[in-house]
Design a protein around this ligand. Structure first.
Ligand SMILES: *Cc1c(COP(=O)(O)O)cnc(C)c1O
Length: 378
């Protein structure tokens, strides 16, 4: 028998409370019953985003909402700064290019955070930049970017700040309003503990004004249509009723734990994962700006990362992630996001040690677990 444990940086495990709510017979969306659910979902999302702004829920994976933040704000030929420090930053640049928006890319070495002063320099030189696209937690490298500092810089200009907070939301500190984020993007399958299929957007007034001037084509992800419906606790199209019902249950759990409590739990898991990695003789990919939502561990040349991830998953039922693009086979990523506790971390590290031993990697058995337990017993 294989009992599965999922520690990938999305999708993440779904709590039984949410699973049971989603197993109930479907209800119609144009009913007072569903309006009540939608209203509660939006209110809970305001808490997760720490915002009073408008919230729109889209039926798509996170990328749909990322795309909407280009198509609704900008026009062809507009310039936008894009921070490219991994797969997800690159995605924003690709979306811009697909729409004829000119990205001014800030290329950051994979594993490093962006230096906010670089953004300031470009904004000072290019007064016509309309938007800055940044990533809170760059999931491909496990880096956390200083969104607060970037918000200070961008808010002094006419440009809007768009933040992909998909993997950080609910897992690391993120304050949409206080940090002056104009568009914050979230997704269901990371820290929010729901299966893939929902994306969220929090939109400031500054961004909504820019929406008025945008001439790029949009239909399904139109903010004006979303706003008109949202004002009536409604959605323009059929929403993913089931997932929204599940979301309400999952976010009840966060409210009960408090967002601060949830962030602290995940921080301890990440600290334990980092301590274990070091004790096992590994280096972190992002030692200077590590995210507490996911940890990226560098593997030595002689350890085959693809085989390691595959063995842990297929033989032992413990799901972690490998590296993407040029990091394929060279790193492993262990998540600490969403419906996970310290015991999930212990399972992952224990399994990692056993498979490493079998693969012939030389280390002191139990040293990773010991380091993690020391963090958890503090
Ligand atoms: C998971 C993730 C996304 C969304 O990807 P989808 O596959 O479209 O859900 C975007 N950005 C980051 C940082 C992510 O971790």
């Amino acid at each position: 028998m294989l009992k599965r444990h999922l520690l990938t940086p999305g999708p993440t495990p779904v709590p039984p409370e949410a699973l049971l709510a989603m197993a109930k017979p479907i209800i119609h969306h144009r009913t007072p019953q569903f309006k009540k659910v939608l209203k509660e979902a939006v209110e809970s999302l305001r808490y997760m985003f720490q915002t009073k702004n408008d919230i729109f829920i889209f039926t798509s994976s996170g990328t749909g909402a990322m795309e909407s933040s280009v198509s609704n704000l900008l026009s062809a030929g507009d310039k936008a700064i894009v921070i490219r420090g991994g797969k997800f930053g690159e995605r924003f640049a690709e979306i811009c290019e697909s729409y004829g928006v000119i990205p001014i890319n800030i290329d950051v070495e994979w594993g490093k955070a962006v230096d906010p002063s670089q953004i300031e320099k470009i904004l000072n030189k290019n007064k016509n930049v309309k938007a800055v696209y940044a990533t809170l937690c760059e999931t491909s490298t496990a880096v956390i970017n200083d969104i607060k500092a970037i918000g200070e810089i961008v808010s002094k200009t006419g440009a809007v700040l768009v933040v992909d907070a998909i993997s950080g939301l609910g897992s690391v500190e993120f304050k949409t309003d206080e940090w002056k984020v104009d568009i914050a993007v979230g997704g269901s399958q990371k820290g929010l503990m729901i299966p893939p299929g929902l994306a969220f957007i929090a939109v400031s007034n500054k961004a909504m004004k820019m929406v008025e001037c945008s001439t790029l084509p949009k239909y399904y992800f139109c903010y004006k249509a979303a706003k008109k419906s949202a004002d009536k606790d409604d959605t323009p199209w059929t929403p993913a009723v089931t997932l929204i019902i599940g979301l309400v249950e999952a976010l009840k759990m966060v409210k009960e734990e408090t967002l601060e409590g949830a962030i602290l739990r995940q921080k301890r898991m990440a600290e334990a994962t980092r301590a274990a990695a070091k004790a096992l003789g590994f280096k972190l990919l992002a030692p200077e700006a590590p995210s507490d939502a996911v940890t990226a561990i560098k593997l030595p040349e002689d350890v085959d990362g693809v085989k390691l991830v595959k063995t842990m998953r297929d033989i032992y039922g413990v799901g972690i992630a490998g590296g993407q693009a040029q990091l394929k086979g060279k790193i492993i990523r262990i998540a600490s996001m969403g419906f996970m506790t310290q015991w999930d971390t212990i399972i992952a590290i224990s399994c990692l040690e056993i498979v490493l031993k079998q693969m012939g990697y030389d280390f002191e058995f139990g040293s990773g677990i010991k380091a993690a337990e020391e963090v958890f017993s503090r």
